[in-house]
Write a protein that binds this ligand. Structure first.
Ligand code: G16
Length: 541
């Protein structure tokens, strides 16, 4: 096989965001665009020589072509073993599991998560390191730097590899192992949970549940775990066949995009409903007429962790991203374990887990997981819930309300303003930043601001510092406004405004009404209408 050196020139804007590089498919399809980024990833690694690399994605449009390109480049860069999910499929948590299990140098995960797929939609790629977790900020900065001056990449001449058949091909220069994408992950889940008790619940007559795979990557995983291993009736998994365009939908598990699931659970009075996203790392949990906020879900799972075999000895600690409500902090307080507050992005949890400081972590953006992998894990969260439901015999609503009784309640909402002009968004954030110092001590509707700053994180393990991770404004009554720009969008800027307020009132059903004073104040302090012309958010979660 000839190793070819191909001359190239840099593309602007190949800076990984919150979770890798996400762009429109058309951008990735430009000659050398994907190649430049992949070469920059390989160049950011000390040596690829003789190492193993895991490759897989969520099956979206352009996944297969990208994998063939990566195979040739990985071989030319010296990788000895390429472990590829059959048909190019590996959910993000499964990729993390496989990197760890096979002790690979890392993995290339091809996904744009919950963003739509198809020729005119989104694609993405990120590098996960040997712990199975996303590359650190230092490494993504290095990758970006390399993309800015790249002049060549390496590839080999090779016919397309058949990635649809499980098995091993020895090419001389390298070995290709096409693996079943589901079994390693499903085996890991079976080790963590009480499958016997869960099987009794799911296969019995008194519990009806539905999982919506949203025509995305979790379909085959859900079939194997819920139906084959846990005996749930066939109709429990819907939209189970992964499609390159996710059936034309947003594979985003929330009340808007998973409306079919919500209707089925409510109309058929099902006991439990759950959904995951494009690449299988997000989760949404609902009960009959009851939505569980992801921040509450994290807190409740932490409080009940000891009902799950893998965590029966208790948690080492917990962590949440800064914009996530402080519900889990109250649980940590009671359990007398550490609770860390990190910037948005799963990459910030990795060091805490590797250092044995935390077991559970989560984010308001429908992400929850533990140290069994180094990614957020949608199906793991669903299995946690089923295990706890089986152990307690309570309903989803009863569990959450009991939790609020014990710990109090953190009302939470996030307002997103999508595709706003990037320069207006930058000006708005600049103006808000400049106003922060003067806010402390001021009163609004009789409530004083106690802190107003830009969040900075100092990693307690490696000492690295991440500045400008979002504006936080805290009030003396426990209310909080957080403002930041998303790092995962592909058109313009997305403004995220997070609002939360502690209360002991368990009876509140309308979160938006209960938070309306804070919502109005946030609009006023940020100047949303003035800078963007928008009067309503596009998405409310
Ligand atoms: C990614 C990251 C998460 C982050 C989320 C939203 O999730 O892995 O850590 O919370 O994006 O980030 P942002 O607010 O910057 O858009 P996913 O599921 O999209 O990979």
């Amino acid at each position: 096989m000839n190793r070819n050196i191909i001359a190239t020139t840099p593309f602007p804007g190949q800076k990984p965001g919150t979770s890798g590089l996400r762009k429109k498919v058309k951008v990735f399809q430009q000659p050398n665009y994907l190649e430049n980024f992949v070469q920059a990833v390989f160049d950011s690694i000390d040596s690829c020589e003789g190492q193993s690399l895991v490759i897989g994605g969520d099956g979206r449009y352009f996944n297969r072509e990208a994998i063939q390109t990566i195979i040739k480049m990985a071989i030319a860069n010296g990788f000895e073993t390429l472990i590829i999910g059959q048909s190019g499929i590996l959910s993000t948590p499964a990729a993390s599991c496989v990197v760890r299990k096979y002790k690979a140098l890392g993995g290339l995960v091809l996904s744009a998560s919950h963003n739509p797929g198809g020729p005119d939609e989104d694609f993405g790629i990120k590098f996960n390191r040997s712990n199975g977790g996303p590359a650190s900020e230092a490494q993504t900065d290095k990758i970006h730097q390399i993309t800015e001056s790249i002049s060549q990449y390496y590839t080999v001449d090779l016919d397309p590899i058949d990635i649809d058949r499980v098995g091993e091909v020895d090419l001389g220069m390298a070995k290709i192992q096409v693996i079943d994408p589901v079994s390693d992950y499903a085996d890991l889940m079976e080790e963590l949970f009480d499958f016997a008790a869960m099987k009794q619940l799911l296969s019995g007559p008194d519990f009806r549940f539905r999982f919506d795979a949203m025509h995305a990557v979790t379909g085959p995983y859900a079939q194997e775990i819920f139906i084959n291993r846990l005996g749930a009736p066939k109709e429990s998994v819907i939209n189970a066949v992964p499609k390159e365009d996710f059936g034309g939908h947003h594979p985003d598990p929330n009340l808007v995009h998973a409306a079919d699931l919500v209707n089925q659970v409510n109309e058929q009075a099902l006991d439990f409903g759950a959904a995951s996203d494009g690449d299988g790392d997000r989760n949404m949990i609902i009960g009959h007429q009851f939505y569980v906020n992801p921040c509450d879900s994290l807190a409740l799972l932490a409080a009940n962790a000891q009902k799950i075999p893998a965590y029966k000895n208790g948690l080492k600690g917990v962590a949440r991203s800064m914009p996530t409500s402080r519900a889990v902090d109250r649980v940590a307080d009671k359990l007398d374990i550490n609770c860390y507050e990190t910037p948005t992005g799963w990459k910030f949890f990795g060091n805490l887990m590797d250092d044995g400081r935390i077991s559970f972590c989560g984010e308001e953006s429908f992400g929850t997981s533990s140290d069994h992998v180094r990614e957020k894990d949608g199906l793991w969260a669903v299995l946690c819930w089923i295990n706890i439901l089986a152990a307690t015999g309570l309903s989803v609503a009863e569990l959450v309300k009991d939790h609020w009784k014990t710990y109090g309640r953190d009302l939470f909402t996030r307002h997103d303003y999508e595709a706003i002009a990037s320069d207006s968004a930058a000006k708005m954030m600049e103006t808000l930043n400049a106003s922060l110092e003067g806010l402390v001590g001021q009163s609004f509707s009789g409530v004083q601001v106690t802190l107003a700053d830009q969040f900075s994180y100092s990693d307690p393990v490696d000492g690295s510092v991440s500045n400008n991770q979002g504006v936080r404004i805290l009030f003396e009554n426990g209310g909080r406004i957080v403002v930041r720009l998303s790092g995962t969008g592909t058109s313009g800027a997305t403004l995220r405004v997070y609002l939360d307020q502690f209360t002991q009132d368990e009876s509140i059903t309308d979160t938006q009404a209960a938070l309306s004073t804070l919502i109005d104040l946030a609009d006023q302090l940020i100047g949303i209408e003035k800078f963007t012309g928008r009067t309503e958010p596009d998405v409310v979660t």
